[in-house]
Design a protein around this ligand. Structure first.
Ligand code: M6R
Length: 611
């Protein structure tokens, strides 16, 4: 969602901010803008891509060494030049960018209107800005003080960054609920929603916490809490290389990330899967082993693709650990007065670690005493900081909006956690434990084999790219993979797709089947295989266009008519990690064939930082 970038130091701010905005494009946005402070505030903003803003500024002299930039994902007010950030305050003295939602903006707006304020945009941001402006002017105080007073009245989530025309060497920033990273350079500072705009300049960063306010000059960074007490900044070294956020020769980030999976899965297993000592090394899990082993229930909360990883985990944990598992959409959990009992452990799964619904759901569960275990990709993210323990997925930065490598890494981590608990609980035999360890170890090579059949999958994609609807079916461990396949296709190709448990087909969806409907089965060999093959026969009988992901060498599917995509044989517990890969490729190539921007699908944001 909205991306923010700001710079103060000795360089010209415009090129730094522009490049930063380009790096944040993956978050999803509909307009972009920049404000510079050369002892006079200049604001430039445009609906549409950053490139459009850049074109409009060709030939304009932009020499300031302090500035703020923003990519906006519309919440309050349609995408337009007028609603784009930065906004200028009514007095003309302040410029501000904002990521988040000011929930009580309507009452603040009314208050300001009574004082004679008029608004140029439909945004909640302009309301907060003028609220600050009003305090600044009436109280004759510093901007820092005005921001502090204003934020005590604000309900909602925000990162804000402000510039004051009368103080052209200072940025003021504050955070609650949305991410803010400050890069610390030599007499310069960089601010951004994530580290990607910063790493080419410095690897020293400070993650600002909720309710903190930062006063930033080129050579000075002061952090304070809202009570005006100084907080010592915790400077961390980023473990991230520039290459990780560049396309590296691939046409799209999504394709690069699909092809990275043998490596990301290997990285995820590395140092954890200790086959020689028959052990899984995960310190976070070990630390809470007693609570995990004796848990009455594991509640998994997540959104989107991460929720699908949670569903796979439900099958694995119940099977291997014999602990009841409930999987919840974070957005539902947070509002429905959930029952969390002593002895419940909550797993929060999130690639970004910033998803607003997941963050709030965790807070609800924490209030009720649950232990929070985060399965996260982004190190240092907001969820990482509020979890009691957890495990990182080590998939590296995921830039494509459609989650691919983060999903397979989540599945690997969840399988390892389940195996570790099962071993400690002795709910599986040592032979089964070792078999699954070897199966996990073999996953990177097997993913490579699947990627070697990309051309075949591309041909299948081409054949079905004009479809208007798709059905994805699977059973058991493969049911969540059917859901994930449908989600991927919707996101990337804008084709309507539904995922269903294969056995539910006869209870309704079969009515959709005709000679135009592609029906994709995730049908690798497992406990339900024969039944799923019968379902596929039923599709053949009704002339639906059958596509199936099947186990290599499976003779039981040879009589079927349709497109069969083979994957290497694997234990059913591990198979979902492999089976999703052809579905990722299928969606990718269908999206490309339809001429769509697969890395930045319309309306979507990479991390959903507002509810
Ligand atoms: O960062 P998170 O894992 O918390 O994000 C959750 C969803 O927003 C995300 O998985 C979304 O569904 C992806 N676009 C799926 O490809």
């Amino acid at each position: 969602m909205c991306g923010i970038v700001a710079y103060v130091g000795h360089r010209e701010a415009y090129p730094v901010i522009l490049k930063g905005l380009k790096r944040l494009e993956y978050r999803g946005y509909d307009s972009a803008g920049i404000a510079l402070n050369d002892s006079k505030l200049s604001v430039y903003k445009k609906q549409g891509k950053v490139a459009r803003l850049e074109e409009s500024l060709v030939g304009v002299e932009l020499k300031a060494t302090i500035g703020i930039g923003h990519t906006r994902w519309a919440t309050h007010g349609e995408p337009s030049d007028r609603n784009a950030h930065p906004h200028l305050s009514a007095s003309g003295r302040l410029a501000m960018i904002h990521n988040g939602i000011i929930e009580n903006y309507a009452s603040l707006k009314l208050e300001l209107e009574k004082k004679g304020y008029a608004f140029k945009s439909d945004t909640d941001t302009e309301v907060l800005l003028n609220f600050i402006d009003d305090i600044l002017i009436r109280n004759q105080c510093s901007l820092e003080e005005a921001v502090r007073i204003a934020l005590k009245r604000v309900v909602g989530a925000y990162v804000i960054v402000l510039m004051d025309e009368e103080d052209p060497s200072t940025l003021i920033a504050a955070r609650k609920g949305s991410p803010l990273v400050i890069g610390v350079g030599e007499n310069e500072h960089f601010l951004a929603s994530d580290a990607s705009p910063i790493i080419e300049y410095t690897k020293q960063v400070v993650y600002v916490n909720d309710y903190e306010l930062a006063i930033i000059k080129g050579n000075e960074l002061i952090l304070k809490n809202l009570g005006n007490e100084i907080v010592t900044p915790f400077v961390q070294q980023l473990d991230l290389e520039l290459a990780a956020i560049e396309k590296g020769g691939y046409d799209h980030f999504m394709l690069k990330e699909i092809f990275e999976q043998p490596k990301t899965i290997f990285d995820c297993l590395r140092g954890r899967l200790d086959i020689a000592n028959q052990d899984i090394i995960m310190s976070g899990v070990q630390h809470y082993m007693e609570e995990l082993k004796t848990a009455n229930r594991i509640i998994i909360i997540a959104c989107g693709t991460s929720w699908h990883a949670g569903l796979v985990a439900e099958y694995i944990i119940e099977e291997l650990c014999r602990i009841p598992v409930e999987v919840e959409y974070a957005s539902e959990f947070r509002y429905r007065n959930p029952i969390v009992n002593k002895g419940d452990v909550l797993f929060a799964i999130s690639q970004s670690g910033e998803t607003a619904d997941t963050l709030v759901a965790i807070e609800r569960a924490k209030e009720q005493g649950a232990i929070i275990f985060g399965i996260l990709n982004v190190v240092g993210s907001s969820i990482a900081r509020i979890s009691h323990a957890g495990a990182y997925t080590h998939a590296g930065p995921e830039i494509g909006v459609a989650s691919t490598k983060a999903f397979t890494a989540q599945l690997v981590v969840l399988a390892m956690i389940a195996l570790k608990i099962a071993k400690e609980k002795k709910s599986i035999s040592n032979a089964r434990f070792m078999h699954l360890m070897h199966e996990l170890n073999a996953v990177p090579e097997k993913v490579k084999e699947i990627l070697a059949s990309t051309e075949k999958i591309k041909a299948v994609a081409s054949k079905h790219a004009a479809a208007s609807s798709f059905l994805f079916l699977g059973r058991g461990y493969n049911f969540p993979i059917a859901l994930e396949g449908a989600l991927k296709l919707k996101e990337i190709s804008y084709i309507h797709a539904e995922g269903y448990p294969a056995a539910e087909m006869k209870h309704g969806p079969i009515a959709l089947v005709d000679e135009n409907l592609p029906v994709l089965f995730v049908a690798t060999k497992d406990a339900y295989h024969e039944k799923v093959v019968s379902n596929m026969q039923e599709i053949n009988a009704r002339k639906g266009k059958l596509i199936a992901v099947v186990t290599a060498g499976d003779h039981s599917v040879l009589s079927l008519t349709g497109d069969l995509i083979e994957v290497p044989e694997a234990d059913e517990v591990i198979a979902p990690i492999l089976n999703v890969v052809p579905l990722q490729l299928l969606s990718y190539y269908i999206g490309v064939e339809r001429g769509l921007d697969v890395d930045r699908p319309r309306n979507l944001a990479k991390s959903v930082t507002v509810e």
